[in-house]
Write a protein that binds this ligand. Structure first.
Ligand SMILES: *Cc1c(COP(=O)(O)O)cnc(C)c1O
Ligand SMILES: [Zn+2]
Length: 440
């Protein structure tokens, strides 16, 4: 293993690689620290290219003894050049990292894959989590795949799609009457009582490292370089800080030229404590009560918010937020220009991308990667009331009257019809001439 120890992010004290997550001295969060010389020697571009088509191709950068025996092959999702979206926004080089294409359709499969493997290595036989939804789906699926018992705690008002897509795996689903911050507090209490691996509580340092693979993959898919700017959704702030760490590490071990991208964060106005702190230039994050359709980002008291703020500031980025309407518009804009249907979190990301392009904070020539972290089928209600469809009896006249009439394509159809009318006449005339010619 290239991971060497856990280190307090506040005071720098070090700890062994066990199920520890806060510093005994200052209560700061612990983070995995590596022996970068070891990684530099091992992780060549060639070795990575010959690795599996999953996040495990970067196992040398992850805090595990070995790859799992059985797992869902999360990661190595497509990086899509989004030219039509770029044109719409007045930009030239926009890429979408499509993390909807994961086993349970969100980026959470990355963090869970790493957390579960480390939890099993540390001897745990029950996994658990406090979830805003996607983590629940992923913990349940990974637990099922590996045959591990699981307890999954979610806010009781979660989208039904996410509850079903968790319970189907046969795990214990506990709906807590409260918001995510209440669920998280409860789980911290249970974690102190039970010898369970709560992926985002007592094994959080390992869990969080999984997000770095989003940076590694992007760099590899771009031909081993970093983009100029990235846009990343922010809930607890962990994902954003780890994408930054991932690019930094690639520079550190010489796989890309040392160039940290400008890191921009995306939140919903209805739960934007990090964006507010950024805008008001505060040093602390004031917790809020979430009220947004972007439930996967609805963390009012973000554990890593302060670190996300630091990353945005130190790289020259921003943390921006969008309204509920802009979230819906963002979902539709992405779908209509790229063919990628994202959940509300991706609507937040796309909305912020559009806002930053409009305000000039992202320049026309910047190469930008937007991280789309979850699938639209998870939050159908967010858009269902805003879409138009036709319903007709199976008859041609109904189709013509109800569908073609008054639609945008109607004019085109009318023109085509006019051409069709003239063409047969002309063709018939020509045939007549030909016939006459032949008879003479
Ligand atoms: C959890 C989640 C995030 C953000 O995660 P944090 O690391 O807590 O900031 C982003 N997008 C989706 C879809 C998520 O489920
Ligand atoms: Zn400390």
């Amino acid at each position: 293993m290239t991971a060497d120890h856990l280190k307090c992010k506040e005071c720098g004290r070090t700890y062994p690689l066990e199920a520890l997550f806060v510093c005994d001295y200052c209560f700061g969060p612990l983070e995995v620290a590596y022996d970068y010389d070891k990684i530099r020697r091992r992780a060549t571009k060639d070795r990575i290219a010959h690795g599996p088509s999953s996040l495990w191709r970067y196992a040398d950068f992850l805090p595990v003894e070995s790859r799992p025996q059985v797992d869902l092959q999360a990661g190595f999702t497509p990086l899509i050049k989004a030219d039509r979206l770029a044109a719409e926004l007045g930009l030239k080089k926009v890429w979408i990292k499509n993390d909807t294409a994961n086993p349970t359709h969100s980026f959470k499969d990355r963090v869970v894959a790493v957390a579960l493997q480390r939890a099993l290595e540390l001897g745990f036989n029950v996994v658990a989590c406090a979830s805003t939804g996607n983590l629940a789906n992923s913990v349940a699926a990974h637990a099922a795949a590996s045959g591990t018992e699981a307890f999954v705690f979610v806010p009781a008002n979660l989208e039904i799609q996410k509850i079903i897509a968790t319970a189907v795996y046969g795990v214990n689903v506990v709906k807590v009457r409260g918001n995510y911050d209440d669920v998280n507090r409860l789980c911290t209490e249970i974690a102190a009582e039970k010898n369970w691996a709560f992926v985002n509580v007592n094994v959080r340092p390992y869990y969080a490292e999984g997000s770095k693979t989003l940076a590694y993959e992007t760099a590899e898919q771009l031909g081993w370089r970093a983009p100029d700017k990235v846009v990343v959704p922010v809930a607890s702030g962990s994902l954003l800080t780890k994408i930054h760490k991932g690019y930094w590490e690639l520079g550190e071990v010489g796989l890309i030229r040392r160039k940290a991208p400008v890191v921009c964060g995306a939140q919903a106005e209805g739960c934007g404590p990090v964006a507010t702190a950024f805008q008001q230039e505060q040093e602390h994050i004031k917790p809020v009560k979430p009220d947004t359709i972007a439930k996967s980002l609805a963390i009012g008291n973000p554990a890593d918010g302060i670190f996300a703020l630091e990353v945005a500031r130190s790289t020259g980025g921003v943390i921006e937020n969008v309204t509920e309407q802009e979230i819906v518009d963002g979902i539709k804009l992405l779908a209509e220009t790229t063919g990628i249907f994202t959940e509300t979190a991706g609507g937040v990301t796309t909305g912020v991308l559009a806002k930053l392009a409009a305000s000039g904070k992202i320049h026309a020539t910047d190469e930008v990667v937007a991280y789309i972290t979850g699938d639209g089928l998870k939050t159908l209600d967010a858009v269902s009331g805003t879409l138009t469809t036709f319903e007709i009896d199976p008859s041609l006249s109904e189709f013509e009257e109800q569908v073609l009439e008054g639609t945008a394509t109607d004019k085109v159809n009318a023109e085509e019809a006019a051409m069709d009318e003239s063409t047969p006449d002309a063709a018939a005339g020509q045939r007549e001439k030909d016939l006459k010619g032949a008879s003479h």
